[in-house]
Write a protein that binds this ligand. Sequence first.
Ligand code: NAD
Length: 356
Amino acid sequence: MKKFEYMEKHGYEQLVFFHDKTTGLKGITCIHNTTLGPALGGTRLWDYENEDDATLDVLRLARGMTYKAAAAGLNLGGGKTVLIGKADEVKSEAYFRALGRYVQTLNGRYITAEDVNTATKDMDFVNMETDHVVGLPGKSGNPSPATAFGAFNGIKAALKEKYGDDDISKRTYAVQGAGQTGDFLIGYLLEEGAKKVYFTEINENHIEKIKEKYPSVEFVKPDDIYSLDVDVFAPCALGAVINDKTIKQLKAPIVAGTANNVLEDEDKHGMALYDKGVLYAPDFVINAGGLINVFHETKGYEKNAAYRDIARIYDRLLDIFKLSRENKTHTQQAAKLFAKQRIETINQMRANYVKR
Ligand code: NAD
């Protein structure tokens, strides 16, 4: 892999490889851009096939974090760490403390957190060696309710854009996936008097849990969720659910949920939704609630302040929808433009010398 070529093309700042012989720790930290602040991104532990796969993954994920943080209005840059290994074989106190020591060497340019195959309790070990870690037990807690609260506000913004009013109670919803975020999202929708909520799931326990918790919510089979005649389709399960096949089936005029990488092909399917008149709330903007929540740990966590910030996803999405209209481009593209503009503007604003 031509690393420098790739870094130059996409404007990366730093790529750090580290290895600790005692614990078997083998990892890569990538810092994409720190214009707005320290790079924040979780640590993913994965049994990658080879080093190039791991490198490409960390590069791609770190860049995504730059746009996510910028669009969320946070003073954070984008970064990520991947660790190469089998989770059930490598994890130990010493392993995560070794990681903490490498995070510390970056001296606050990078802040880590949990991600796939790492947990808050692992971050406690990281925290023994560095202060540059968030998502610790007893602080901002489980990000899922915060993510769902952000998506709920994002749905309201989409209603406002589409219908001119954001009254949740006038509309109908189809939620795909009732796991951690989907469950909370259904709760928020019902609390505001949603006219009708449908959901789909593949996990029997989750189906039963939702039916018991919210008796008014109607279950539909996984394949039937796309063609429901509802106002909002809320993807809260997998990625790539908007693709050539499902776009044809889709009846909802709004797609807005918590899932990551909703569009199978960002440009192709972003544009296809736009052409069909379906309003898409870009995934990395509408699902930033968890990131905003955890960011608040860096300034001493206070739930009300964090949730006030998360609710501002509403205003950000309205700005992005406007940008999409003005530029006649799909909303995913507009969201990237929005993030890039913020980074550039703040960068230029800081160009003059000010003594502190
Ligand atoms: P989760 O695993 O708790 O829930 C996902 C649910 O979807 C599960 O219950 C699963 O059984 C169900 N599911 C899987 N395939 C399905 C299918 N084909 N049809 C219907 N249901 C299906 O995950 P989560 O934490 O709720 O995250 C959901 C999505 O949101 C993911 O894409 C995740 O990356 C994204 N996300 C989550 C957070 C967070 O704070 N948890 C933050 C940002 C983004």
